[in-house]
Design a protein around this ligand. Structure first.
Ligand SMILES: *Cc1c(COP(=O)(O)O)cnc(C)c1O
Length: 410
């Protein structure tokens, strides 16, 4: 699987993805023939534009003047005193539209414009990536169509209205499981029908090559900023970086700039849901086996017949049966490790961050906090950087039902 006896040296050397879009045995391009020319064109576009100074300057200006970057690095003093280790928060909750997703959405929308695309298609589960895509497309004047499972449209109605306010067309997906999984299938189908004029703006570090690489490059702004900020503030690197893992984009963005810093532990936290039983969680790396989903070979929650399993998490953004292929390689080499946090641990972490620091985290991000709490219990006085991937305003209905007693008088 690797060229040397030191797989971590291979990771650091930047060999991945290789020319075939593989991260060791993972990744690749498992798609119908009809999609291959579109993926090859995208790969060539990424190679020609992404790392040019013209593109990087254009992206940097949008991120700073429109999306609110760099996001703050906050020392969580009262939470540190409570949990026993020094906790620093990378504040992606302060980014425009409320989460890290805008880094990827604006980056790909700019790329699409350079490639001459006339319209954008995107998929969304909880609606966060749909909102970020709709916002970026409005800003650039690109028509945007978002595929969303009919079940999710009902569960996440406010995000449907946000997308429509920004001029996007939201298309309900009534096939398959009527959630994110079928929405991705429909977006790909739309793309194949007109691959020259349409650009598919994928929302996480997954799918066929070059998406896992492209999304990692765009989200690495999180780790690059955080690394420089913590070096400036404390003079040394953190002992650990912790992030939540759904498809894997905020975590790969936070981890990637630290991969060469071998002394820094990288820990991904998956949704442990109600427990480790079949269908009770979305803990792909902890409970899954290798397989193909949405064009990439990675870890997957599936039964012995290869049927995709139902997933559960209190946080809609972590509720996906697959995970990006680079995480599968990071796990296989031991450079990062993956744990779970349950629904209950995540909810407790929401309360702790609200009460100690006056910050309402997204339920997804609360999984990373719950992981940091466990880490702190065995690393007193050490330092952990937590990627706070988003804000929790969107989760108020869930929080009202689970954390808050009914208001007086009802
Ligand atoms: C979508 C989302 C996630 C999960 O997606 P990743 O690709 O794993 O980052 C995590 N946190 C927030 C706030 C999200 O909106």
């Amino acid at each position: 699987m690797s060229a040397s006896n030191d797989p971590i040296a291979d990771l650091i050397s930047g060999r991945f993805p290789d020319a075939r879009g593989r991260f060791g045995p993972f990744g690749g391009r498992y798609v119908p023939e009809t999609l291959i020319p579109a993926l090859e064109r995208l790969e060539q576009g990424v190679r020609e534009h992404l790392h040019t100074s013209a593109f990087q300057q254009e992206l940097a200006l949008e991120l700073s003047s429109w999306a609110g970057r760099p996001t703050a690095l906050t020392f969580a003093g009262r939470l540190s005193a409570l949990w026993g280790a020094d906790i620093w928060l990378k504040r992606e909750d302060l980014a425009h539209t409320g989460a890290h997703k805008i880094n990827n959405a604006m980056g790909q929308a700019l790329l699409a414009r350079r490639l001459g695309a006339k319209r954008i298609v995107a998929e969304t589960g909880a609606g966060q990536h749909g909102v970020a895509s709709a916002a970026a497309c409005a800003r650039l004047g690109l028509p945007c169509t978002v595929y969303m499972g009919a079940v999710d449209m009902e569960r996440q109605a406010p995000n449907v209205y946000r997308m429509r306010l920004m001029g996007a067309t939201v298309v309900p997906v009534t096939s398959g499981d009527r959630t994110l999984r079928s929405a991705i299938d429909e977006a790909m189908r739309d793309w194949v029908s007109d691959p020259l004029e349409t650009y598919y703006l994928l929302g996480s570090a997954l799918g066929p090559h070059p998406y896992p690489y492209l999304v990692r490059e765009l989200q690495s702004v999180i780790g690059r900023e955080a690394r420089a900020q913590i070096l400036e503030r404390r003079g040394t690197l953190p002992d650990a970086v912790i992030a939540c893992v759904g498809g894997g984009s905020n975590s790969i963005g936070a981890f990637h700039p630290f991969v060469a810093d071998r002394a820094v532990e990288l820990i991904g936290i998956e949704a442990g849901g109600r427990g480790m039983g079949l269908g009770d969680n979305s803990a792909t790396l902890s409970c899954g086996r290798p397989g193909v989903l949405h064009g990439t070979y990675s870890m997957l929650l599936q039964d012995e017949n290869g049927q995709i399993q139902e997933t559960h998490s209190v946080s809609a953004g972590l509720d996906y049966p697959g995970v990006g292929p680079e995480h599968a390689l990071l796990a296989a080499t031991g450079r990062s490790r993956y744990e779970t946090a349950s629904d209950a641990e995540a909810l407790a972490a929401v309360r702790a961050l609200c009460e100690c620091e006056g910050i309402l985290p997204a339920l997804e991000s609360a999984h990373a906090l719950a992981g940091a709490r466990r880490w702190a219990a065995s690393h007193a006085g050490r330092t952990v950087l937590v990627c706070l991937s988003g804000r929790g305003d969107k989760d108020m209905p869930t929080l009202q039902q689970t954390l808050l007693a009914p208001p007086h008088g009802t």
